[in-house]
Design a protein around this ligand. Structure first.
Ligand SMILES: [Zn+2]
Length: 459
């Protein structure tokens, strides 16, 4: 069905960063067919749903270039004990979930994502086919990939990096099966992707095959890069070079690649990433929680595309934008750079470029698919509305987002989710999260745990 939103403020997110006032946006057959001043938009769509956008701002949907949705099961714990975690458990609560519970947390994360204005996510996980159907049913635009590595985990815990052909072959097969099953599905809303996990746990052979897979299927590929000092130390010790140099030496860097994090890259690594035209997912909120920051200004100057990601335990891209702005100003020691419009660009069209779909989403322009969110500007923290992008990036909160549309379908309308039974998901996630962490603690009585869990679910 066609939709016309009239009399709204429209943050187009186009190359001129135009904000239109008293403007209309027309969606027909999945695409944006008109954007402009209300008095100049003349459409003949008698069946269309007409929405009065007075007092509202329409933004392009936020694109999350790096997330692990099931990590919401570890929320409230793993934010505070470093990476890799200093908690000495053999797994986390997330690792103990049943298939049914994995579906619950996928939906919990999807609900959080929608409420935060996300319209597109790159989900990186294992055995995603367990919950891909649930994710697709939410209406979100998705890129899905398995997180493939081929190292021997048990040996690596002793500091020895040994690589296993059987593990590599099984992981790659799983990723290929995922792409075959899901790429282009749900009216093109779901895309396949490929992933090597991280430089220290991937052999040169795996790197080569992941890139080949991406090219063979014409999809993007991704890797964690410069995420931890342990990674850098391990790659220096086993490969004799820094992580980005290891990827470069094995012909892994390319324009289809999204590298996540880049917290500790040095100048030579930044230059390599820029020369190859790599996209970087700046996961600013989790980086801040880990006490680090990506050198965004230098990466941009070198030629990298910047997207943003939430990574672990949250799907809050509003927070990610704000953290990204704060971080970069502190890091640059500059009170004016970046501006909120820069950060919004990273989180929208930048992410779309990183995913290779900037011709379809990332801004509100004629011909693009209708992925957007609506902000109610009638809020104590958003007025006066002198610069809506600045007001929202600096002060916006999740409940300000009242409506979310993907591919012309409303995923949230008047603050109610339309594709997810939110109450049911919250109850089930509360039960499953407590049960998983309680089991982990009970099964590992010798592991010191600095947290006292509540006696049981609080809901
Ligand atoms: Zn990650």
């Amino acid at each position: 069905m066609a939709t016309i939103i009239k009399n709204a403020t429209i943050v187009t997110g186009g190359p001129e960063r135009t904000v239109l006032y008293d403007a209309s946006l027309v969606v027909d057959d999945g695409k944006i067919t008109a954007v402009g001043p209300s008095d100049r938009i003349d459409v003949n769509l008698p069946e269309a749903e007409v929405i009065d956008g007075r007092g509202k701002a329409i933004f392009p949907g936020l694109v999350n270039c790096h997330t692990h949705m099931l990590a919401t099961a570890d929320r409230g714990i793993l934010e505070d004990f470093g990476f890799p975690t200093t908690l000495r458990f053999p797994t986390t609560g997330r690792g103990l979930l049943s298939v049914e519970e994995r579906n619950v947390f996928a939906l919990l994360a999807a609900a959080e994502a929608i409420r935060n204005g996300n319209t597109c996510l790159l989900e990186i996980s294992n055995n995603i086919t367990d919950y891909a159907e649930s994710l697709a049913s939410t209406g979100l635009r998705l890129a899905l990939t398995e997180n493939v590595n081929d190292f021997d985990d048990a040996e690596a815990r002793r500091g020895v990096y040994r690589f296993l052909d059987t593990k590599r072959e099984a992981g790659l097969q799983c990723n290929a099966d995922l792409i075959e099953a899901w790429d282009g599905k749900a009216n093109g809303r779901v895309m396949g992707f490929a992933a090597a996990h991280a430089p220290e746990n991937c052999s040169p052979e795996l790197l080569r095959q992941v890139r080949e897979m991406a090219e063979q299927y014409d999809v993007g590929y991704t890797i964690h890069l410069s995420q931890s000092n342990i990674e850098i130390e391990a790659v220096m010790r086993t490969r004799g070079v820094r992580p980005t140099q290891y990827l470069f030496a094995n012909d892994f860097l390319g324009e289809r690649l999204i590298v996540a994090h880049c917290r500790y890259v040095d100048d030579s690594e930044i230059a390599l990433l820029g020369q190859a035209g790599v996209a970087v997912s700046n996961n600013s909120a989790i980086a801040a929680r880990r006490g680090s920051a990506a050198p965004v200004k230098e990466l941009v100057a070198a030629g990298c595309t910047i997207g943003m990601g939430s990574d672990n335990m949250a799907e809050d891209m509003v927070e990610v934008m704000r953290a990204g702005l704060f971080h970069e100003r502190v890091r640059r020691n500059d009170e004016m750079d970046p501006q909120p419009e820069d950060v919004l660009e990273w989180a929208t069209i930048g992410g779309a470029r990183a995913l290779g779909i900037a011709d379809r989403i990332g801004s509100l322009e004629v011909g693009k698919q209708a992925d957007l969110f609506i902000v109610d500007l009638r809020r104590v923290h958003l007025v006066p509305t002198l610069r809506v992008v600045s007001a929202f990036v600096h002060n916006g909160q999740q409940p300000d987002i009242t409506d979310v549309m993907v591919d012309s379908q409303w995923l949230m309308r008047d603050s109610r989710l339309t594709t997810i039974d939110e109450d049911q998901v919250i109850s089930a996630a509360e039960q499953a999260g407590h049960a998983a962490w309680r089991r982990l603690v009970d099964e590992n009585p010798d592991v010191p745990f600095p947290i006292r869990l509540p006696p049981g679910p609080l809901l």
